[in-house]
Design a protein around this ligand. Sequence first.
Ligand code: FMN
Length: 153
Amino acid sequence: MRQDFEWARPDGCPDGLPLYRLMKGDCQRLAMQISCMQDIASHGCFSLGMIARFEPVLDDKGEWMYPRLFWETGVLGQVLYLEAHAVGISATGIGCYFDDASKMIQYFQKTIHEVLGLKDLEFQSLYHFTVGAPVVDRRIMSLPAYPGPGIDA
Ligand SMILES: Cc1cc2nc3c(=O)[nH]c(=O)nc-3n(C[C@H](O)[C@H](O)[C@H](O)COP(=O)(O)O)c2cc1C
């Protein structure tokens, strides 16, 4: 990863939580850019990318590990959905983001690889996520989670 990262433990970080500050600054625009210019990534409490060890794991375990890595990030996403709702806010999975450099975008978009200083496919971003206050999208119909047999969509 990038040489200029701080790797500092943030003040108040609980013991046993391996959380590090890599850099300080206003990341709002960057967060939006990375996640396909979606403002849900920049206008909430926080957003994140789930970086997984990638190619060495596939080489070692075989192709079946590919969907398995996505299941694992999906489980983390579901936990974040539930925890966000439990504290009265909301969350959204983000499947659209720029991972490694593609020729088409590298001239005008930052990619996860560029921001973190990743050079190859040892690590890959597999899922992004954002947590914040909900904005109701009137184009999407919502029903109670368990409407029961009497209610028809
Ligand atoms: C894996 C995954 C990726 C998603 N990616 C995006 C995204 O990039 N942008 C977005 O606005 N919503 C994204 N969403 C949210 C969905 O568009 C939708 O709001 C959510 O799944 C709730 O709708 P549903 O109850 O019909 O599934 C994603 C959701 C999931 C589970």
